[in-house]
Design a protein around this ligand. Structure first.
Ligand SMILES: [Zn+2]
Length: 134
């Protein structure tokens, strides 16, 4: 009873959520969901650290979501939508590159295992002296 009530409320005109589903609609919705999920990832990371954090996953989700949305926009031949997504991948790739470069330059604290910028002399987490390979 409850299941059929829920199912009936999700189906309008025999369409799930009233949407006419086909392959490109699935691709467009997948792009939208991937692009939106980046905010959840960033919010979670920020709440966890209690400071504003933009994790690498945010940029990967941005890149993947925007490229999927760009392909959908091109398929739909929507100039506004295409213009909005056409070059957004440039800063996403740049931020991923900078993330990778910074991570490679980090020093692992031998006492607590925390990653620290190579410019730090002491670990802010435990106060340990960071490695000689600075
Ligand atoms: Zn440490």
């Amino acid at each position: 009873m409850v299941a059929s009530l829920i199912l009936n409320s999700l189906l309008f005109n025999n369409r799930f959520l009233g949407i006419e589903w086909h392959l490109w609609k699935v691709i467009g919705w997948a792009g939208t969901l991937i692009f939106f999920s980046r905010f959840l990832v960033q919010w979670y990371a920020t709440e966890r650290k209690k400071k504003v954090v933009v994790p690498q996953a945010f940029w990967w989700l941005s890149l993947c979501g925007s490229l999927i949305l760009l392909s959908y926009a091109i398929h739909k031949r929507d100039s506004v939508f295409i213009a909005g997504q056409a070059l957004s991948w440039v800063p996403y790739l740049r931020n991923l590159y900078i993330h990778r470069k910074n991570k490679a330059a980090q020093v692992t604290c031998s006492a607590c295992g925390t990653l620290n910028p190579h410019t730090h002399q002491f670990c802010p987490s435990c106060g340990g002296v960071l490695g000689p390979h600075r």
